[in-house]
Design a protein around this ligand. Structure first.
Ligand SMILES: Cc1cc2nc3c(=O)[nH]c(=O)nc-3n(C[C@H](O)[C@H](O)[C@H](O)COP(=O)(O)O)c2cc1C
Length: 367
């Protein structure tokens, strides 16, 4: 019998060969938003990871929306050409049916920061910092840049940028787009009552706070109607008085009505004061709550590292898919490991068949 992890799934008309996803992971290695050889090797490697869904890192829709000078973007012709180059190469080595998506984002008040290995804090004078923008002029934390609150017409312009980036994503050859409505970046800054204190049509009630993400989804869908659209959402902010599961269910119902086909249930990221209980599968219950509450396919993420743990999540109906970040970073053949654990065929190129035999031997020894 096929393991639940290895059953295909169709989301928004796009079929994935299995339920395993590479989660988006910033590499801070782009050149003014353009993918470099670093991305080329990463995407090629994830193409051969056994995952049916490869989600390319947070990719910003405008230059000032980047977290750091090294963040990926889709705001210029050069960005589009560089993404196409890396994606074409990855596709050439990927097993048939592997799907590639890009996570479209804007960092908002969390932009203009150093790369993690340079400290990760806000860029200082002399490090070429830039003005940050957000829903309201509230910094992420003490000592961070105070963003400028976007004017109404500027909000509309940012929404248009999402549409333009979606068009570029389609031309570059991606199969799907994932909206980044998580981790305290601009979309989430609008959703949270803690970072959005506006009194106009973009703030106040949940209906107003979700207007931005709904308009973004609409613009993206209109610009790239052939691409499947999903979203990653911080379902819970883990701060008192913050965005929570009941709000998330309403937002997801509205996104679903706009054609969003899956939700990756993540959490946190909007405040350094969050009380996030980390541990194996710490966000799986959030995927389950959204799946039940909004009747939409979900992808669980967060310390899913073991193939049997992943299988249980999908087989028990807690989520429809699993996404792994650090596990794939550490082992870009994690999908093979999962396949070998359940006696499933490993979709590898013939050049790699000797490695497949070795992997199967390792997994037999481990069980
Ligand atoms: C190096 C690194 C970069 C990340 N970049 C992104 C990103 O671009 N977009 C995003 O939504 N999450 C990002 N994350 C979060 C992961 O996608 C994932 O949600 C988180 O690491 C928990 O999953 P894990 O326990 O499997 O690593 C990043 C995580 C890591 C480790």
């Amino acid at each position: 019998m096929t393991a639940a992890l290895f059953q295909p799934i169709t989301l928004g008309g796009l079929t994935f060969p299995n339920r395993i996803a590479v989660a988006p992971m910033c590499q801070y290695s782009a050149d003014d938003g353009s993918a470099t050889d670093w991305h080329l090797q990463q995407w090629m490697s994830y193409a051969m990871s056994g995952a049916g869904m490869v989600t390319v890192e947070m990719t910003d829709v405008e230059r000032r929306g980047r977290i750091s000078h090294g963040c990926l973007g889709l705001y210029s012709d050069q960005n589009e050409a560089a993404a196409k180059r890396a994606l074409d190469a990855a596709r050439r080595v990927a097993p048939a049916g592997t799907r590639f998506g890009v996570q479209l984002a804007h960092a908002g008040r969390k932009a203009s920061c150093q790369r993690p290995w340079e400290g990760g804090g806000p860029l200082k004078q002399g490090q070429d910092p830039w003005e940050t923008v957000s829903a309201s002029a509230i910094p992420y934390a003490e000592g961070w840049h105070t963003p400028r609150a976007l004017e109404d017409d500027e909000i509309l312009a940012v929404i248009e940028r999402f549409g333009e980036a979606a068009r570029r994503a389609e031309r570059a050859g991606f199969d799907f787009i994932e909206l980044h409505a998580a981790h305290g970046y601009l979309i989430f800054q609008f959703l949270s009552p803690l970072s959005n204190r506006r009194t106009d049509r973009w703030g106040g009630s949940l209906e107003n706070r979700m207007r931005f993400v709904i308009e973004v989804a609409r613009a993206v869908k209109k610009a790239a109607p052939r691409l499947m659209l999903g979203a990653r959402l911080s379902v819970k902010e883990w701060v008192e008085g913050g965005f929570d599961v009941v709000d998330a269910i309403e937002v997801v119902k509205a996104l679903k009505a706009e054609g969003v086909a899956y939700i990756c249930a993540s959490s946190g990221g909007n405040s350094p004061h969050q009380k996030l209980p980390s541990g194996p599968g710490y966000q799986v219950h959030l995927a389950e709550a959204i799946r039940k509450g909004a009747d939409i396919p979900t992808r669980a993420v967060g310390l899913i590292t073991d193939p049997r743990q992943a299988e249980t999540i999908v087989a028990d109906g807690q989520a429809d898919m699993v996404a792994l970040a650090r596990a794939f970073l550490a082992d870009p053949r994690w999908g093979w490991r999962a396949a070998a654990t359940f006696g499933e065929a490993i979709p590898a190129a013939p050049q790699l068949m000797r490695a497949v035999t070795t992997m199967e031997h390792w997994m037999k020894q481990a069980s």
